[in-house]
Design a protein around this ligand. Structure first.
Ligand SMILES: [Zn+2]
Length: 281
């Protein structure tokens, strides 16, 4: 038995075969799934799935890559959603400096023209980072108020993410999802009382750095996730991912940790129930 602690089940990728996807997860022993919100609409959809399917839970939050599209104050809507008994966390929230306007940005960023002066490109990046930090802060506040933990997304922004999380240590914990950093950074996360979680990247041929971090992370301090529909593990790499593939991820992680699947199941599920107390509801 395993849990998929990070799935985007509200995405249109599943609209044609949703029931089969959930049935395959159950057959594979993936008994609980957390559908992660990336906007208010996506969070609402996650809650509706949680209402309909006993095995599905929801996290609610606004993803940093869409920061510019967020309402000025996310807090009132999130506070309302957190009243739902199957909302188990705030997420995914954090900082992403990989998709800033100067790098092409994301669809929501005002794209700076290529011939724009370096200074104006930089100004677009600075404004985007500031907006990301603002909504990250709002959502950390709601988490602290409601007693929920946070699902953290960070890319190329590790130090700033940790710095912004630090004042909340003791009030909430974060899980640094899709963890791809080295063992030293993993320890800095654990030192704040937070956790990490690993995706199908552990199965990739070029995933040795992640396997090294898995090897260094104590059992009980990490969870498993697919981040589906992204990051399908080998042998499904490049195809649509789904929660059932936690099975392949768990097999590789058990090898790396040199433990049995039973030990890995007990340790990762206990870590998840401890981190997401409403998961047992
Ligand atoms: Zn995600």
């Amino acid at each position: 038995m395993f849990y998929d602690t990070h799935a985007h089940l509200d995405y249109p990728d599943y609209k044609n075969d949703f029931d089969e996807v959930i049935a395959r997860a159950q057959v594979a022993g993936v008994s609980k799934m957390i559908s992660i919100g990336t906007s208010l609409d996506s969070s609402e959809r996650a809650i509706r799935l949680a209402d309909k399917f006993p095995a599905i839970y929801a996290a609610v939050g606004w993803h940093p890559s869409d920061a510019l599209k967020a309402p000025s104050d996310l807090r009132p809507a999130l506070r309302e959603m957190c009243k739902h008994p199957k909302v188990v966390a705030i997420g995914e929230i954090g900082l992403d400096y990989h998709h800033l306007p100067s790098s092409g940005g994301d669809a929501s960023s005002p794209n700076q023209s290529i011939e724009a002066a370096g200074r104006s490109i930089h100004a677009g990046d600075a404004a985007n980072k500031q907006r990301q930090a603002d909504i990250f802060q709002q959502q950390l506040e709601v988490a602290a108020e409601t007693g929920l933990n946070c699902v953290i997304h960070q890319r190329d922004a590790f130090d700033d993410t940790l710095a912004q999380l630090k004042p909340f240590a003791g009030k909430l914990r974060g899980v640094f999802h899709c963890f791809g950093e080295n063992a030293d950074r993993m320890r800095r996360v654990l030192d704040l009382g937070s956790l990490v979680s690993f995706t199908g990247i552990v199965t990739f041929k070029n995933g040795q750095n992640v396997r090294d971090t898995v090897a260094a992370t104590p059992l009980g301090q990490f969870m498993l996730e697919t981040d589906c529909p992204y990051l399908a593990p080998v042998p499904y790499r490049g195809r649509r991912c789904e929660p059932a593939y936690v099975k392949e991820i768990s097999e590789t992680v058990a090898q790396v940790k040199n433990c049995s699947l039973e030990e890995l199941s007990a340790a990762t599920c206990e870590a998840a129930r401890d981190f997401f107390p409403r998961l047992v509801a």
